[in-house]
Ligand binder design. Structure first.
Ligand code: F6R
Length: 253
């Protein structure tokens, strides 16, 4: 079903299969409309199914990434590229190895950088040199983070080094053998970097996201709920599963 918050379209597909297909379809529409799109990609559990769908669309000849440039939102710091939980590896395994994107057009903040601040400045410059992000895929943390912009007293601006909150470490421990192995820091695009994207596809699934989705889209705009800044973006598309939409369903038009 399709609902609205003001002018923002909120898709609530009936199954997880449709959730993944809907999310992938928005990305395909962007690339087919502008084959040299600069795509901002996210990691985490939520987009895995959408990436799987994108791979299927590629295999069936309905999309090509030959001219696409990509920039990922974030990467743990420090982390080796070949670590099984690096976002570098995640993107290769879940998407890039299976499509025709050119390796030289793929960008992630480097978790192996000797100087993280230099790496962040260089990353921000590369995004600007590419003409900015046309289409940014976003998930949301249970604490409201987007990218790894954690709740704070102010919105961080550009790509930067961040200390992960305990709640993020706890949430992401499920991907690692133990909580102790979760890196305590990350490199992430800033809120301004994200908000400069021309279009944003926001996706969330699962009951553990329901409360924060309500705060993000119906609460105050505050750096304590970083995703709430999206209320100020003029081109956001939302895709939620039923569980993530549970607390806002009665507020949708
Ligand atoms: C990942 C990212 C994060 C995740 C968020 C949700 O690149 O930027 O903001 O989108 O932590 O993660 P999952 O999908 O695992 O619930």
């Amino acid at each position: 079903m399709v609902y609205h918050i003001g002018n923002t379209v909120v898709n609530i597909p009936e199954s997880i299969d449709e959730f993944n297909k809907t999310s992938a379809r928005y990305m395909m529409e962007q690339v087919n409309k502008k084959p040299d799109s600069v795509m901002g990609f996210a990691t985490g559990g939520t987009p895995v199914g959408a990436y799987r769908e994108l791979i299927e669309l590629y295999k069936s000849g309905r999309i090509s990434f030959e001219m696409v440039k990509s920039f990922n939102l974030d990467e743990y710091y420090p982390i080796k590229k070949d670590n099984s939980q690096s976002y570098f590896r995640y993107m290769n395994e879940n998407l890039f190895n299976h499509i025709d994107i050119k390796p030289e057009n793929v960008h992630l903040p480097c978790g192996e950088a000797v100087d993280p601040n230099t790496e962040c400045d260089a990353y921000e410059k590369k995004i600007i040199a590419a003409g900015g992000i046309d289409f940014q895929l976003l998930g949301i943390g249970t604490n409201g983070h987007i990218g790894f912009n954690e709740p704070d007293d102010k919105f961080p601006c550009k790509t930067h080094l961040v200390g992960l909150n305990q709640s993020t470490i706890d949430d992401n421990a499920r991907f690692f053998d133990s909580r102790d192995e979760v890196p305590r820091k990350a490199l992430t695009m800033g809120i301004k970097t994200i908000m400069s994207a021309k279009k944003i596809l926001f996706i969330a699934s699962g009951a553990n996201k329901a409360a924060i989705i309500k705060e993000a889209f119906f609460g105050d705009i505050t750096p304590h709920v970083p995703a709430s800044v999206l209320q100020l973006h003029t081109s956001v598309i939302i895709v939620l599963d039923e569980a993530a939409a549970a607390d806002i369903k009665d507020k949708l038009e």
